[in-house]
Design a protein around this ligand. Sequence first.
Ligand SMILES: *Cc1c(COP(=O)(O)O)cnc(C)c1O
Length: 368
Amino acid sequence: MNIKRNVLLNPGPATTTDTVKLAQVVPDICPRECDFGQIMLYISNKLASFVGDCDKYTTVLFGGSGTAAVEAMLSSVVGDGRILIINNGSYGLRMCQIAKSYSLDYYEYASSPVEGLDLNSLEQTIKAAGKKFTHMAVVHHETSTGLLVDIGKIGALAKKYSIVLLTDAMSSYAAVPIDMEKDNISYLASSSNKNIQGMAGVSFVIAKKSDLEGLENIKASNFYLNLYAQYAFFKKENQTRFTPPVQTLYALKQAIDETIAEGIKNRYARYCRSWETLTAELDKLGLSRLVADKDHGRLITAVLEPDHPNYSLDGMHDYLYERGYTIYPGKIGSYKTFRIANIGAIDYKDILNAVALIKEYFINEGIL
Ligand SMILES: *Cc1c(COP(=O)(O)O)cnc(C)c1O
């Protein structure tokens, strides 16, 4: 089968290999069969093994986009506790919105969307809190800007004050190295369609088993997304409580096997090379970036839009889209940016081609 190859430079779903696409074409199977349970068990173990020891950490799978995992984590874990949520971009804001929806006792710690976290100020806030924070949540890599936080330092701070750390690692997991034990992360949310290079539709929370077991007695404010219930049922039956996205899981299994074959270190090196190519080429076009290199991940870049009357994001998007490349609008307050992600089954040559198309568009429009 010949499948047209599009290069997705949007921040997920990312480009997939043909082998991942084709892994979805399988004989029909009832997901309640043991054979399918074994596939989910394999997926669950391997996903946890990328960031921790499977004896201590486990994966809880849900059908849904990544936000489902973030919502499951926040709404299942905090209970009557108090959570500090670091908001330094759109996804930090989303965690605050989720906390609000569930009427959690949360404190929004606002931090610059373009500069690294001030850990001293964060520590002062934790110390000065009238009512102690039991939990803290942070986005590891802010997909809206490309800002990457030092998760190890935040984990150390959480440890110092006996705070349980929750991380939205949606767009960093399976690329940026994470060690849940060393980084002191109790819960980590991610999904099937970013750096793991699978199809959209599976979201998951990787959790420290000892913390997860402790959730049994927390009063649930959710139902479908209940982390403990999903964990306990899977542990007993090797099944999710409700119908899983069967074909997406077959694709995820293939994507996991391809991740193991490449190795996360090599995958990150491939992404880094693409990012370095991207930034060097953007420099040549005179385009600047929202976030300084020292605070920048190597995965997704917010680029400041050129200030020229002939420029339009839609026009540039369409020019690239017609040629098989998808770029994405910015998503952060009043900053005028577009975004280019270099994640997925692509490499620096695809990035060179994409920037060459941007240049072509600029020349055609008289911008350059
Ligand atoms: C992609 C992403 C999500 C989830 O978004 P969905 O549209 O629900 O898949 C959450 N947080 C971050 C940081 C993300 O990059």
